[in-house]
Design a protein around this ligand. Sequence first.
Ligand code: WQD
Length: 338
Amino acid sequence: MRVLVTGGAGYIGSHTLLELMAQGHVVCVLDNYANATPTVLNRVRALSNGQITDFVGDVRDAKKLDEVMAAFAPEAVIHFAGLKAVGESAQKPLYYYDVNITGTLTLLHAMERAGCKRIIFSSSATVYGEPQYLPYDEAHPTNPMSVYGRTKLMAEQILTDWVAAHADRTAVLLRYFNPVGAHPSADLGEDPRDIPNNLMPFIAQVAIGKRDVLEVFGDDYDTPDGTGLRDYIHVVDLARAHVAALGYAAVHNGARPFNIGTGQNYSVRDMVAAFEIASGRNIPTKQSPRRAGDVAAMQADASRANAELGWHATHGLDDMAASTWAWQSKNRNGYDTD
Ligand code: WQD
Protein backbone atom coordinates (compact mmCIF):
# COMPACT_ATOMS: atom_id res chain seq x y z
CA MET A 1 0.00 0.00 0.00
CA ARG A 2 1.10 3.66 -0.53
CA VAL A 3 1.36 5.08 2.99
CA LEU A 4 1.87 8.71 4.04
CA VAL A 5 3.56 8.82 7.46
CA THR A 6 3.21 12.20 9.17
CA GLY A 7 5.95 12.72 11.75
CA GLY A 8 7.82 9.86 10.11
CA ALA A 9 11.24 11.17 11.20
CA GLY A 10 10.30 10.81 14.86
CA TYR A 11 11.15 8.05 17.31
CA ILE A 12 8.16 5.76 16.63
CA GLY A 13 7.67 6.97 13.05
CA SER A 14 11.21 6.06 11.96
CA HIS A 15 10.95 2.55 13.39
CA THR A 16 7.56 2.18 11.69
CA LEU A 17 8.98 3.19 8.30
CA LEU A 18 11.42 0.26 8.50
CA GLU A 19 8.67 -2.22 9.32
CA LEU A 20 6.43 -0.86 6.54
CA MET A 21 9.20 -1.09 3.95
CA ALA A 22 10.09 -4.61 5.10
CA GLN A 23 6.51 -5.60 4.27
CA GLY A 24 6.70 -4.02 0.80
CA HIS A 25 4.71 -0.86 1.49
CA VAL A 26 5.67 2.33 -0.36
CA VAL A 27 6.25 5.18 2.09
CA CYS A 28 6.24 8.96 2.08
CA VAL A 29 7.14 11.18 5.05
CA LEU A 30 5.88 14.62 6.00
CA ASP A 31 7.76 16.11 8.93
CA ASN A 32 8.43 19.67 10.13
CA TYR A 33 11.47 18.53 12.16
CA ALA A 34 10.20 20.29 15.29
CA ASN A 35 11.22 17.22 17.27
CA ALA A 36 13.37 15.28 14.78
CA THR A 37 16.27 15.69 12.34
CA PRO A 38 16.69 14.76 8.64
CA THR A 39 19.59 12.52 9.71
CA VAL A 40 16.97 10.02 10.88
CA LEU A 41 15.63 9.45 7.35
CA ASN A 42 19.16 8.97 6.01
CA ARG A 43 19.67 6.26 8.58
CA VAL A 44 16.33 4.64 7.71
CA ARG A 45 17.33 4.67 4.04
CA ALA A 46 20.66 3.03 4.94
CA LEU A 47 18.86 0.32 6.90
CA SER A 48 16.33 -0.47 4.15
CA ASN A 49 15.80 -0.45 0.39
CA GLY A 50 16.22 3.27 0.62
CA GLN A 51 13.07 4.37 -1.22
CA ILE A 52 11.51 7.12 0.92
CA THR A 53 9.76 10.13 -0.58
CA ASP A 54 9.91 12.96 1.93
CA PHE A 55 8.44 16.44 2.29
CA VAL A 56 9.34 19.08 4.87
CA GLY A 57 6.24 20.72 6.27
CA ASP A 58 3.71 21.16 9.02
CA VAL A 59 0.59 19.05 9.23
CA ARG A 60 -1.37 22.31 9.79
CA ASP A 61 -0.35 23.58 6.32
CA ALA A 62 -3.26 22.70 4.02
CA LYS A 63 -1.39 23.82 0.89
CA LYS A 64 1.58 21.61 1.72
CA LEU A 65 -0.73 18.68 2.46
CA ASP A 66 -2.44 19.09 -0.94
CA GLU A 67 1.00 19.13 -2.57
CA VAL A 68 1.92 15.87 -0.80
CA MET A 69 -1.42 14.23 -1.64
CA ALA A 70 -1.11 15.19 -5.33
CA ALA A 71 2.49 14.00 -5.57
CA PHE A 72 2.21 10.76 -3.62
CA ALA A 73 -1.48 9.75 -3.76
CA PRO A 74 -1.48 7.80 -0.48
CA GLU A 75 -3.94 4.94 0.06
CA ALA A 76 -3.59 5.34 3.84
CA VAL A 77 -2.09 7.73 6.37
CA ILE A 78 -0.29 6.91 9.61
CA HIS A 79 -0.57 10.07 11.69
CA PHE A 80 2.27 10.48 14.20
CA ALA A 81 2.87 14.23 13.83
CA GLY A 82 2.01 15.89 17.13
CA LEU A 83 3.28 17.16 20.46
CA LYS A 84 3.66 14.66 23.29
CA ALA A 85 5.16 16.16 26.44
CA VAL A 86 2.62 15.88 29.25
CA GLY A 87 4.21 18.57 31.42
CA GLU A 88 4.69 21.03 28.55
CA SER A 89 1.06 20.57 27.49
CA ALA A 90 -0.09 22.13 30.78
CA GLN A 91 2.13 25.18 30.17
CA LYS A 92 1.25 25.61 26.47
CA PRO A 93 -2.34 24.34 26.02
CA LEU A 94 -3.19 26.41 22.94
CA TYR A 95 -0.02 25.21 21.19
CA TYR A 96 -0.96 21.59 21.97
CA TYR A 97 -4.58 22.02 20.80
CA ASP A 98 -3.38 23.76 17.66
CA VAL A 99 -0.84 21.14 16.63
CA ASN A 100 -2.66 18.03 17.84
CA ILE A 101 -6.25 19.01 16.99
CA THR A 102 -6.01 21.59 14.17
CA GLY A 103 -3.29 19.43 12.65
CA THR A 104 -5.56 16.38 12.66
CA LEU A 105 -8.50 18.36 11.24
CA THR A 106 -6.34 19.89 8.48
CA LEU A 107 -5.03 16.44 7.60
CA LEU A 108 -8.55 15.00 7.41
CA HIS A 109 -9.72 17.79 5.09
CA ALA A 110 -6.73 17.11 2.83
CA MET A 111 -7.46 13.37 2.89
CA GLU A 112 -11.08 14.11 1.86
CA ARG A 113 -9.93 16.30 -1.02
CA ALA A 114 -7.58 13.54 -2.15
CA GLY A 115 -10.03 10.66 -1.62
CA CYS A 116 -7.80 8.95 0.96
CA LYS A 117 -10.04 6.97 3.31
CA ARG A 118 -7.87 5.13 5.84
CA ILE A 119 -5.99 6.53 8.83
CA ILE A 120 -3.98 4.91 11.62
CA PHE A 121 -3.80 7.31 14.57
CA SER A 122 -1.07 7.59 17.20
CA SER A 123 -3.17 7.73 20.35
CA SER A 124 -2.21 7.03 23.95
CA ALA A 125 -3.28 5.05 27.00
CA THR A 126 -3.20 8.35 28.82
CA VAL A 127 -6.77 8.85 27.52
CA TYR A 128 -7.93 6.50 30.30
CA GLY A 129 -6.71 8.60 33.24
CA GLU A 130 -6.92 7.22 36.78
CA PRO A 131 -7.61 3.48 36.46
CA GLN A 132 -10.99 2.26 37.72
CA TYR A 133 -9.71 -1.28 37.10
CA LEU A 134 -6.58 -2.88 35.67
CA PRO A 135 -5.57 -4.00 33.19
CA TYR A 136 -7.24 -1.30 31.12
CA ASP A 137 -9.37 -2.70 28.28
CA GLU A 138 -10.73 -0.49 25.50
CA ALA A 139 -14.09 -0.26 27.31
CA HIS A 140 -12.46 1.44 30.31
CA PRO A 141 -13.89 4.94 30.84
CA THR A 142 -11.79 7.72 29.34
CA ASN A 143 -10.88 10.62 31.60
CA PRO A 144 -7.50 12.06 30.61
CA MET A 145 -5.70 14.02 33.36
CA SER A 146 -3.56 16.23 31.08
CA VAL A 147 -3.98 18.61 28.16
CA TYR A 148 -1.88 16.20 26.11
CA GLY A 149 -4.24 13.34 26.99
CA ARG A 150 -7.29 15.46 26.18
CA THR A 151 -5.89 16.31 22.74
CA LYS A 152 -5.49 12.59 22.05
CA LEU A 153 -9.04 11.78 23.17
CA MET A 154 -10.55 14.69 21.21
CA ALA A 155 -8.66 13.61 18.09
CA GLU A 156 -10.02 10.08 18.57
CA GLN A 157 -13.55 11.53 18.77
CA ILE A 158 -13.03 13.64 15.65
CA LEU A 159 -11.79 10.58 13.76
CA THR A 160 -14.71 8.51 15.01
CA ASP A 161 -17.22 11.11 13.79
CA TRP A 162 -15.39 11.54 10.47
CA VAL A 163 -15.61 7.82 9.82
CA ALA A 164 -19.24 7.59 10.94
CA ALA A 165 -20.23 10.14 8.30
CA HIS A 166 -19.13 7.87 5.45
CA ALA A 167 -19.49 4.10 5.05
CA ASP A 168 -16.16 3.49 3.35
CA ARG A 169 -13.69 4.99 5.82
CA THR A 170 -11.44 3.52 8.49
CA ALA A 171 -9.75 4.96 11.58
CA VAL A 172 -7.59 2.65 13.68
CA LEU A 173 -6.86 4.29 17.04
CA LEU A 174 -3.72 2.84 18.59
CA ARG A 175 -3.52 3.57 22.32
CA TYR A 176 0.18 3.25 23.13
CA PHE A 177 1.32 2.42 26.63
CA ASN A 178 4.96 3.33 27.32
CA PRO A 179 7.22 3.17 24.23
CA VAL A 180 10.88 2.31 24.98
CA GLY A 181 13.85 0.62 23.36
CA ALA A 182 15.67 1.05 20.04
CA HIS A 183 16.28 -0.63 16.70
CA PRO A 184 18.63 -3.68 16.86
CA SER A 185 21.09 -1.85 14.57
CA ALA A 186 21.55 0.76 17.37
CA ASP A 187 21.34 3.36 14.57
CA LEU A 188 17.77 4.44 15.47
CA GLY A 189 16.50 5.35 18.92
CA GLU A 190 14.85 7.89 21.17
CA ASP A 191 16.62 11.25 21.10
CA PRO A 192 14.79 13.77 23.36
CA ARG A 193 15.55 17.42 22.52
CA ASP A 194 16.15 18.73 26.05
CA ILE A 195 16.02 17.14 29.48
CA PRO A 196 14.19 13.83 28.97
CA ASN A 197 10.67 13.79 30.38
CA ASN A 198 10.43 10.03 30.20
CA LEU A 199 12.06 7.43 32.41
CA MET A 200 14.04 5.26 30.00
CA PRO A 201 15.89 8.00 28.08
CA PHE A 202 16.71 9.68 31.38
CA ILE A 203 18.17 6.45 32.77
CA ALA A 204 20.18 6.03 29.55
CA GLN A 205 21.64 9.54 29.88
CA VAL A 206 22.63 8.83 33.49
CA ALA A 207 24.33 5.63 32.32
CA ILE A 208 26.51 7.50 29.79
CA GLY A 209 27.27 10.27 32.28
CA LYS A 210 25.21 13.05 30.65
CA ARG A 211 23.01 13.26 33.78
CA ASP A 212 24.26 12.77 37.32
CA VAL A 213 21.31 11.11 39.01
CA LEU A 214 17.85 9.73 38.32
CA GLU A 215 15.12 11.28 40.44
CA VAL A 216 12.59 8.62 41.44
CA PHE A 217 9.24 10.38 41.51
CA GLY A 218 7.45 8.93 44.53
CA ASP A 219 8.08 5.79 46.55
CA ASP A 220 4.79 5.71 48.43
CA TYR A 221 2.45 4.42 45.72
CA ASP A 222 0.30 1.37 46.44
CA THR A 223 2.65 -0.86 44.42
CA PRO A 224 5.02 -3.67 45.47
CA ASP A 225 8.06 -1.42 45.81
CA GLY A 226 6.22 1.89 46.16
CA THR A 227 7.34 3.26 42.77
CA GLY A 228 5.20 3.71 39.66
CA LEU A 229 4.28 0.70 37.55
CA ARG A 230 4.05 1.07 33.76
CA ASP A 231 3.43 -1.24 30.79
CA TYR A 232 6.54 -0.64 28.67
CA ILE A 233 6.33 -1.63 25.01
CA HIS A 234 9.39 -2.10 22.78
CA VAL A 235 9.35 0.40 19.90
CA VAL A 236 9.86 -2.38 17.31
CA ASP A 237 6.78 -4.19 18.64
CA LEU A 238 4.92 -0.88 18.55
CA ALA A 239 6.06 -0.24 14.97
CA ARG A 240 4.83 -3.70 13.96
CA ALA A 241 1.42 -2.89 15.48
CA HIS A 242 1.06 -0.10 12.88
CA VAL A 243 1.75 -2.52 10.03
CA ALA A 244 -0.85 -4.89 11.49
CA ALA A 245 -3.30 -1.96 11.81
CA LEU A 246 -2.77 -1.16 8.12
CA GLY A 247 -3.73 -4.70 7.22
CA TYR A 248 -6.83 -4.40 9.40
CA ALA A 249 -7.77 -1.06 7.79
CA ALA A 250 -7.53 -2.59 4.32
CA VAL A 251 -10.45 -4.92 5.05
CA HIS A 252 -12.48 -3.13 7.72
CA ASN A 253 -14.46 0.09 7.89
CA GLY A 254 -15.32 2.17 10.92
CA ALA A 255 -13.33 3.50 13.89
CA ARG A 256 -11.85 1.18 16.51
CA PRO A 257 -9.41 1.71 19.41
CA PHE A 258 -6.75 -0.86 20.28
CA ASN A 259 -4.51 -1.01 23.35
CA ILE A 260 -0.88 -1.54 22.34
CA GLY A 261 1.00 -2.81 25.38
CA THR A 262 2.39 -6.09 26.68
CA GLY A 263 0.08 -6.75 29.65
CA GLN A 264 3.16 -6.87 31.91
CA ASN A 265 4.13 -3.84 33.95
CA TYR A 266 7.37 -2.89 35.67
CA SER A 267 8.27 -0.44 38.44
CA VAL A 268 10.81 2.37 38.24
CA ARG A 269 13.19 0.27 40.31
CA ASP A 270 12.67 -2.74 37.99
CA MET A 271 13.69 -0.51 35.05
CA VAL A 272 16.77 0.80 36.85
CA ALA A 273 17.85 -2.74 37.78
CA ALA A 274 17.33 -4.02 34.22
CA PHE A 275 19.35 -1.12 32.82
CA GLU A 276 22.22 -1.66 35.27
CA ILE A 277 22.44 -5.28 34.14
CA ALA A 278 22.24 -4.35 30.43
CA SER A 279 24.80 -1.56 30.67
CA GLY A 280 27.08 -2.77 33.45
CA ARG A 281 26.80 0.78 34.81
CA ASN A 282 25.55 1.97 38.19
CA ILE A 283 22.51 4.26 37.98
CA PRO A 284 22.56 6.63 40.98
CA THR A 285 19.04 7.53 42.16
CA LYS A 286 17.55 10.19 44.42
CA GLN A 287 14.15 9.88 46.06
CA SER A 288 11.83 12.76 45.09
CA PRO A 289 8.15 13.60 45.64
CA ARG A 290 5.51 12.22 43.32
CA ARG A 291 5.20 14.00 39.96
CA ALA A 292 1.88 15.82 39.49
CA GLY A 293 -0.55 13.89 37.31
CA ASP A 294 1.16 10.52 37.64
CA VAL A 295 -0.98 7.46 38.37
CA ALA A 296 0.35 4.59 40.51
CA ALA A 297 0.01 1.84 37.93
CA MET A 298 -0.85 1.25 34.28
CA GLN A 299 -1.26 -2.08 32.56
CA ALA A 300 -2.67 -2.99 29.13
CA ASP A 301 -5.22 -5.62 28.22
CA ALA A 302 -4.07 -6.04 24.61
CA SER A 303 -6.29 -9.04 23.84
CA ARG A 304 -8.30 -7.09 21.24
CA ALA A 305 -5.11 -6.25 19.28
CA ASN A 306 -3.93 -9.84 19.68
CA ALA A 307 -7.21 -11.21 18.33
CA GLU A 308 -8.23 -8.64 15.73
CA LEU A 309 -4.89 -7.32 14.49
CA GLY A 310 -3.06 -10.61 14.86
CA TRP A 311 -0.41 -8.61 16.75
CA HIS A 312 1.58 -9.72 19.81
CA ALA A 313 4.47 -8.04 21.65
CA THR A 314 7.58 -10.22 21.44
CA HIS A 315 10.34 -8.13 23.08
CA GLY A 316 10.88 -8.40 26.82
CA LEU A 317 12.40 -6.10 29.44
CA ASP A 318 15.96 -7.27 28.86
CA ASP A 319 15.81 -6.30 25.18
CA MET A 320 14.13 -3.00 26.01
CA ALA A 321 17.09 -2.15 28.27
CA ALA A 322 19.82 -3.69 26.10
CA SER A 323 18.66 -2.02 22.87
CA THR A 324 18.35 1.36 24.61
CA TRP A 325 21.87 1.00 26.01
CA ALA A 326 23.28 -0.06 22.60
CA TRP A 327 21.67 2.98 20.94
CA GLN A 328 22.72 5.46 23.64
CA SER A 329 26.28 4.20 23.98
CA LYS A 330 26.74 4.22 20.19
CA ASN A 331 25.12 7.67 19.85
CA ARG A 332 26.16 9.64 22.92
CA ASN A 333 24.63 12.83 21.48
CA GLY A 334 21.74 11.14 19.77
CA TYR A 335 21.47 12.18 16.11
CA ASP A 336 23.77 15.19 16.61
CA THR A 337 26.75 13.58 15.01
CA ASP A 338 29.07 16.56 15.38
C1 WQD B 1 7.19 6.43 33.77
C2 WQD B 1 7.39 6.21 35.27
C3 WQD B 1 7.25 8.23 36.56
C4 WQD B 1 10.90 10.01 34.88
C5 WQD B 1 3.94 9.50 29.54
C6 WQD B 1 2.68 9.82 28.75
C7 WQD B 1 2.44 8.74 27.73
C8 WQD B 1 3.65 8.62 26.86
C9 WQD B 1 4.85 8.22 27.73
C10 WQD B 1 3.98 9.99 24.93
C11 WQD B 1 6.42 7.02 36.13
C12 WQD B 1 8.65 7.62 36.65
C13 WQD B 1 9.85 9.16 35.16
C14 WQD B 1 11.86 10.26 35.89
C15 WQD B 1 10.69 8.80 37.38
N1 WQD B 1 3.89 9.86 26.23
N2 WQD B 1 9.74 8.56 36.38
N3 WQD B 1 11.72 9.65 37.11
O1 WQD B 1 4.34 9.44 32.55
O2 WQD B 1 3.94 6.92 32.32
O3 WQD B 1 3.72 8.35 30.31
O4 WQD B 1 5.04 9.29 28.67
O5 WQD B 1 3.99 9.12 24.11
O6 WQD B 1 1.32 9.08 26.94
O7 WQD B 1 1.57 9.85 29.63
O8 WQD B 1 5.97 7.95 31.29
O9 WQD B 1 8.42 7.65 31.32
O10 WQD B 1 7.43 9.88 32.11
O11 WQD B 1 7.19 7.84 33.54
O12 WQD B 1 10.58 8.27 38.50
O13 WQD B 1 12.85 11.04 35.70
O14 WQD B 1 8.70 6.63 35.63
O15 WQD B 1 6.83 8.74 37.82
O16 WQD B 1 6.10 6.25 37.28
P1 WQD B 1 4.45 8.18 31.74
P2 WQD B 1 7.32 8.39 32.03
